[in-house]
Write a protein that binds this ligand. Structure first.
Ligand code: NIG
Ligand code: FE
Length: 395
């Protein structure tokens, strides 16, 4: 069945070949046809073909669904007390992860499933149509496997993060834990698509992270890295050396790192929700873009550093605090996220791509940054599922 969405005031396709030639591929007074969950036609509303079903969007803006390429969606409990302490001057050092590990280990599978489903609904209501979900709050073999399985109920973009931090019971035996992660735990979590490591001060050092990534590659996983959030210990260089799909946070980077990234296939995923919630300095996205680095934006949804499920909030921060133009931020939240997951079929509204899109209660996509705090996503369409949620349903 073919469905025509017409009278779109502004359509961002992320196809540089249409519109005025910008990377976001902007069309005005546009229409789009969806067939079998894919985009079948895009163009001017005046030239739209017939379809079995027709929706007049009354001048609303439409953007590709957001690709949230970095979340820790599955956890129990909350850590608002740490947030309050940070707002009063405390520094984030990763220490609170152990509290979430304790709460997550103690939670039933059904409790974790329901808590994650609530957060997923929030993400979707805000326009997210593709989401990556990490394990990392169990840090023992069966617990990590449980989180990987739960993540697999939500998405195909499942990431094994057994190397989040060294759990308390391995204090003084770091090497044993690295061997467990790279060996038995990795094998038990083989169904994940990706492996990630928190390579930073207070987490894993370069050699430890490299050992886990080498094992992950041998297990057939794609690679990702948490890097340079707390300090620059050289982790961006490791991400490039290992051809990670994405290196995430990059709060602290040097010029050599930017040159390395620009010459690589590794995307820099910036997570301004984390700087907001930890009161850390925002990295300048401008520096990355001017150096020629591909940039993605993601929520980093987690209870410690970024309990954020709104991609429009992330976009607004990137524009206001990190020097991105609105178009650059919109691209980074859609095509950039897709590139960070090495996906060609999402993050764009071009013929053949998945028909994943968000309809806005606004005439221009810029309202996502211009009107922070309001959820302007009135309708989310995901491929062959069709309309999956609206902000009204979610309220
Ligand atoms: O991406 N930095 C490491 N992991 C998470 C935070 C985890 C936590 O504090 O619970 C992050 O910021
Ligand atoms: Fe993270």
């Amino acid at each position: 069945m073919a469905t025509l969405l017409t009278n779109i005031g502004e359509l961002l396709t992320n196809d540089p070949g249409v519109g005025e030639g910008s990377p976001v591929g902007r069309l005005r007074d546009a229409a789009l046809v969806v067939e079998d969950g894919r985009v079948a036609w895009v163009g001017s509303a005046a030239r739209a073909p017939d379809a079995d079903e027709r929706h007049d969007l009354d001048g609303a803006a439409v953007v590709p669904g957001f690709v949230d390429s970095h979340t820790h969606l599955i956890f129990a409990g909350e850590r608002s007390d740490e947030f309050e302490a940070r707002m009063a001057g405390a520094r984030y050092d990763g220490g609170g992860i152990a509290r979430t590990v304790e709460a997550t280990r103690a939670a039933s599978t059904q409790e974790l499933r329901e808590a994650s489903a609530r957060r997923l609904r929030e993400l979707r209501a805000g326009g997210v149509t593709t989401v990556e979900v990490k394990s990392g709050y169990a840090l023992d073999t069966e617990g990590e496997a449980r989180l990987v399985d739960l993540a697999g109920e939500i998405t195909g973009e499942v990431t094994f993060l057994g190397a989040h931090v060294v759990p308390r019971e391995f204090a003084g035996r770091r090497q044993d834990y690295v061997e467990l992660v790279a060996g038995e735990m990795m094998a038990r979590c083989a169904s994940a698509k990706w492996t990630d490591v928190f390579c930073d001060e207070g987490a894993f050092d370069l050699d430890e992270a490299r050992a886990v990534l080498v094992a992950a590659r041998a297990a057939g996983h794609g690679l990702r890295l948490h890097a340079n959030q707390i300090a620059d210990i050289g982790a961006v260089g490791l991400a490039v050396e290992m051809d990670c799909a994405s290196v995430d946070h990059c709060t602290h980077v040097n010029d050599e790192d930017l040159e390395r990234l620009a010459a690589s296939d590794t995307v820099a995923t910036l997570l301004p929700g984390a700087e907001f919630c930890t009161r850390s300095p925002y990295p300048s996205a401008r520096r990355f873009l001017d150096a020629g680095v591909t940039v993605a934006l993601a929520t980093d949804c987690n209870p410690g550093t970024s309990y954020v499920t709104s991609m429009s909030f992330v976009i607004a921060l990137a524009v206001r605090e990190m020097g991105m133009s609105v178009d650059e931020a919109l691209w980074a939240a859609t095509r950039g996220g897709a590139a960070a997951l090495r996906r060609e079929d999402v993050g764009r509204l071009t013929v053949g791509a998945r028909a994943d899109l968000a309809v806005l209660d606004a005439p221009r996509a810029a309202h996502l940054a211009y009107r922070p705090g309001a959820n302007l996503v009135s309708c989310v369409w995901i491929g062959d599922l069709g309309v999956v949620t609206t902000s009204v349903v979610n309220s």
